[in-house]
Design a protein around this ligand. Structure first.
Ligand code: ATP
Ligand code: RIB
Length: 314
């Protein structure tokens, strides 16, 4: 059994609609519907658990049918799940639109997830764990609390700042060992920290490795990994930066690719803590497999599927 990964974040019931094109304001389009388990934290927990990691998930849910579904789902996935009930609040839910080009648009209502408090975290939650992961779908106070606890216990802290929020407090970066933003979040973070006034996603895409490494170092975080969609990811370590290319696949739904990446990354890192580039390569493969299937948590590959994929995609 590898050392435990603890993921603190959101379970979200995803209400997914496939459509030819996203409706314009005022427009109604026909589509196909399905619902399934989602939420950035929970998706990451599923991705890591399916790869054999020992995973604890901590989140909050309402007193409704979605909560019962979440408990049953985590049980089936072999996740040690601590879902704190929040009376009077709904379990988080999201509308996920996916168009014919596999792009998505999401609105998420956090409900109970945003109500999780530091006092909800069991004092022994991190005992015996190697890595703890937080995102921005619960609340910022909980992330700061969890990372402070982790630092006291020598647990590696991973922050996936998704989605980027207006109330982001940069002081959490002082307690972060590994930061994993996507391109949008990277640009927003760089602006919030005043590392660059003119940076946008188009400019980011044109940066060479030297310039990107310099920007990454400005965050003051030991390891920064920028996910770059179909280009893969850029891994910035203290002394060097390296582009780790994506695997070539035909995407049908990229929703949750970032979560697959984070889950795949921490599952590998829990086994081999010093092999960051190898973990990023595994993360690219897990995320590539996830974009070939619809849905978020349901699209996360198993260890067997990953092994088969890596054999044919050396
Ligand atoms: P999402 O918000 O859709 O979950 P994201 O914007 O957080 O995704 P991306 O940077 O788009 O994250 O993708 C995360 C990772 O998924 C990439 O680093 C890459 O490894 C993989 N990936 C995404 N899109 C593709 C693709 N079209 N082909 C192969 N791999 C992909
Ligand atoms: O990252 C994808 C997730 O973001 C979806 O599962 C949805 O729940 C939103 O929170």
């Amino acid at each position: 059994m590898t050392p435990r990964v603890v993921i603190v974040g959101s379970f979200v019931q995803d209400l997914c609609f496939n459509c030819e094109h996203f409706p314009a304001p005022g427009e109604t389009t026909l589509g196909r519907f399905f619902t399934g388990p989602g939420g950035k934290g929970s998706n990451q927990a599923v991705a890591a658990a399916r790869l054999g990691a020992a995973v604890t998930f901590i989140g909050a849910v309402g007193d409704d049918a979605f909560a019962a579904g979440a408990r049953a789902f985590h049980r089936r996935e072999g996740i040690r799940s601590i879902l704190i009930p929040k009376r009077g609040y709904a379990t988080a839910a999201a509308t996920v639109l996916v168009d014919a080009t596999a792009q998505n648009e999401i609105v998420v209502a956090l409900g109970a997830s945003a109500r999780i408090q530091p006092s909800d975290i069991p004092p022994a939650a991190l005992r015996g764990s190697r890595i703890v992961v937080c995102q921005h779908e619960a609340n910022p106070r909980i992330n700061a609390h969890v990372f402070r606890l982790a630092r006291k216990q020598g647990v590696t802290t991973v922050l996936n700042p998704a989605p980027m929020r207006g109330d982001f407090d940069p002081t959490i970066l002082r307690h972060t060992d590994i930061l994993i933003p996507n391109e949008t979040e990277f640009v927003q973070l760089a602006r919030a920290l005043k590392l660059s006034r003119s940076l946008d996603e188009a400019a980011l895409a044109k940066l060479d490795s030297v310039a990107l490494q310099k920007l990454c170092r400005g965050f003051g975080v030991p390891t920064v990994i920028v996910t770059l969609g179909s280009r893969g990811c850029f891994v910035s370590l203290a002394d060097r930066g390296e582009l780790v290319p994506a695997f070539k696949v035909k995407p049908v739904d990229t929703t949750g690719a970032g979560d697959a990446f984070v889950g795949g990354f921490v599952a590998a890192l829990a086994r081999s803590p010093t092999h960051v580039i190898a973990a990023a390569r595994q993360a690219n493969a897990v995320a590539a497999l996830s974009v070939t299937k619809p849905g978020t948590s349901p699209s996360m590959p198993t260890a067997k599927e990953l092994a088969r994929f890596l054999k044919t995609h050396a």
